[in-house]
Write a protein that binds this ligand. Structure first.
Ligand code: F6P
Length: 406
């Protein structure tokens, strides 16, 4: 008897379900009897909320539909496991449940906070003499995981962001009046997604005029100067800002409007409001039309424009994670390894989760222009292959059709 359990955790992505499909298909290929899904990650598992995925993924068509369905099919959570020394009873409960369902391999699809869960559980398994194996599959639109060239989810979110940036610039230039559009992009303390607005650049689009990443402290007066200079030269100015830009003291710009930000289980402040703050600021300073555009959750559930490269890599990394666990490996995460940039070739590796959990990988400073308001072509070379290829949705009644867990 060889059962597998898989969970999804943290903020969802357009391709997290492709990783889930990869886990399921590979586990079955390797002879797993039952592949269970945790409802709402480890939090739901502690409440014994699980589903036998074999009852849902009854044929190949369901698996394909799962790969085209955004957000976390199984439900997600932001739940921080306590330290085992402080609350051993939580670990005893988890392992009792794992033994009850005869689990041999535990796969968690998530970002750096979720890899903290894999680290704690894999360490506990070793110290308690359990032979259950724990392996992570990477996921985050933020692209901020260590040890991997990029993360499943980033390519699709970047493709959406680049396309929307381009289309909004087309919309903006229709008037003769002075306008400033301020695009706000997710990513917390890493600017990968904001940098992706630059992928809109091409012979038919200038791309944003200014791009601000959280890797460089944001200076409001220098920003004012830049916008003023640009407005002298042209009517329509587009500015892309990360939700996580902050000043030299570390205060997020979104906190200028309201310092009262909710905090999640991992201590992350709830972001949002940067574009809205800068809009009010620019409207007051320049007296022209200023519009905030928050991509918000749209950028992480945009499966209709997902990158086929991303979908395939998500599937492959899920497969690799379960293959490693069922082959007896523990405490690892599947990684994406860029073997070559041009032509783009990516293989799947494995890294020790201790180097990944709770670490944030940021955009290299040398890819940001010296004045901190632009992105170099190095980033474009890095990101372009990740957004390539189409994975069109299955359309029903004119809109994308999804697989839903009832
Ligand atoms: O970690 C992924 C992410 O999408 C971040 O970019 C964003 O700040 C955060 O999740 C938002 O999370 P939530 O939906 O829990 O507020």
């Amino acid at each position: 008897m060889k059962n597998v359990i898989v969970g999804q955790s943290g903020g969802p992505s357009p391709v997290i379900n492709s990783s889930l499909a990869g886990v399921y298909v590979k586990a079955k290929e390797m002879g797993a009897d039952i592949v269970y899904g945790m409802r709402h990650g480890i939090e739901g598992f502690l409440q014994e909320k699980i589903v036998d995925l074999g009852t849902v993924l009854t044929d190949q068509a369901q698996v394909e539909l799962l790969k085209k369905t955004p957000a976390a099919f199984l439900g997600s959570c932001r739940f921080k496991l306590p330290d085992p020394e402080k609350k051993p009873e939580v670990f005893e409960q988890i392992f009792a449940l794992l033994n009850k369902y005869e689990i041999k391999a535990f796969i968690y699809i998530g970002g750096n906070d979720s890899m903290d869960t894999i680290r704690k559980l894999s360490d506990y398994a070793v110290s308690s003499g359990s032979d259950i194996k724990f392996v992570g599959a990477p996921k985050t639109i933020d692209n901020d995981l260590a040890e991997t060239d990029h993360t499943p989810g980033f390519g699709s979110a970047a493709k959406f962001i680049a396309a929307m940036t381009k289309e909004s610039i087309r919309d903006q230039v229709v008037y003769q009046n002075k306008t400033v559009y301020i695009l706000e992009v997710m990513g917390r303390n890493a600017g990968w997604l904001t940098a992706a607005t630059a992928l809109s650049r091409g012979e038919d689009c200038t791309g944003p005029d200014l791009i601000y990443l959280p890797e460089v402290p944001f200076d409001l007066s220098k920003f004012r100067e830049k916008v003023a200079q640009l407005l002298e030269k042209k009517n329509a100015i587009t500015v892309a800002v990360s939700e996580g830009i902050h000043d030299a003291e570390g205060t997020y710009i979104c906190e200028y409007a309201s310092a009262d930000k909710a905090v999640d289980a991992f201590g992350h402040k709830q972001m949002g409001g940067t574009a809205s703050y800068l809009t009010q600021y620019c409207a007051a300073e320049f007296g022209c039309k200023v519009r905030p555009i928050e991509f918000s959750t749209l950028q992480r559930c945009c499966a209709h424009i997902s990158s086929l490269t991303d979908v395939n890599e998500a599937f492959a990394s899920g497969s690799k994670a379960v293959e490693a666990a069922l082959s007896g490996q523990n405490g690892l995460m599947a990684t994406l390894v860029r073997e070559s940039g041009d032509p783009y070739v990516c293989t799947i590796g494995l890294s020790d989760v201790h180097y990944i959990s709770n670490v944030e990988r940021c955009v290299p400073l040398e890819w940001i222009t010296d004045d901190g308001s632009g992105i170099s072509d190095e980033f474009i070379k890095y990101a372009r292959p990740l957004i390539m290829g189409e994975n069109p949705p299955i359309m029903v009644n004119g809109i994308p059709y999804h697989l839903v867990l009832k």
